[in-house]
Design a protein around this ligand. Structure first.
Ligand code: MN
Length: 254
């Protein structure tokens, strides 16, 4: 088995090294990750300049390939020419912080996995529920257990699938129950934070994500709050199928 691993926190992020270590022995592993933290870049591709790739040196990142671009760039380049052989599985993460509910639309972690999925490769995005890398090794062990269980149950090589996994920051993360969830929803983001730059001009910081709004039973937020590992199967089609007929009626004859 060939596994491609990427992330959005950058190639130096502890979560990436932990995921790579946790996958040791599962197959041939290629790591291709962004040079800088690219959290919140969603599915962006870099189209206004060429990309450069170098091989990382150093104890925890040896052999990692580094792209001066986005998470999606990493997987895109890997699958469209960089890798001599197509991977059987794409993994992304482990992210520094939750990717639940609306986060999935902004997340570079989810996007890196989604890029694999869009190219027909099964993919899993992993995130720790809280920032700060608390109990990271336990999260990595949990991630490996998810990979092993999924591979045992869902054969590779058929229709691709995309899973979004959020892991509570707990010492016992690897032994927590795993539950399949749906995405919850967050409240609107906090207001933008306005400051003044040294030239007296206003600058704007995007505010933090809102708290969970729809977080009832069955959602990713609920599962993580209950101390479970949340596994949400994702699809990419944004079509509002439920309202398509109503729109067709409204717009008929227009
Ligand atoms: Mn991130």
């Amino acid at each position: 088995m060939r596994i491609l691993i990427a992330n959005d926190d950058g190639y130096l992020a502890p979560g990436l090294a932990a995921l790579v270590r946790a996958c040791d022995g599962l197959g041939h592993i290629d790591v291709i990750a962004p040079e800088q933290n690219a959290s919140g870049t969603s599915n962006a591709l870099t189209l206004n300049r060429p990309l450069s790739i170098f091989e990382a040196r150093g104890e925890h990142v040896k052999g990692f390939r580094v792209v001066n671009g986005t998470p999606s760039d990493c997987v895109h380049v890997a699958l469209t020419g960089l890798l001599a052989q197509r991977p059987d599985l794409v993994l992304s993460g482990i992210n520094n912080g939750a990717n639940m509910g609306d986060d999935t639309l902004y997340s570079g972690t989810v996007a890196a996995a989604m890029e694999g999925y869009l190219f027909g490769v099964p993919a899993i995005a992993f995130s720790q529920a809280e920032k700060g890398w608390g109990h990271l090794e336990a999260a990595a062990a949990a991630a490996r257990a998810v990979v092993e269980q999924v591979l045992a149950q869902a054969p590779l090589g058929g229709l691709p699938w995309l899973l979004n996994v959020n892991i509570p920051n707990r010492e016992d993360a690897a032994s927590l129950p795993r539950v399949v969830t749906r995405l919850g929803r967050r409240h609107a983001s906090e207001p933008v934070i306005v400051q003044t730059n040294p030239r007296g001009e206003p600058i704007y910081w995007i505010g933090p994500a809102g708290d969970a709004r729809e977080c009832g039973e069955g959602t990713d937020f609920h599962a993580v709050a209950q101390g479970r590992i949340s596994i949400t199967p994702l699809q990419v089609d944004l079509t509002d199928h439920a309202s398509s007929a109503a729109w067709a009626a409204r717009l008929a004859g227009a």
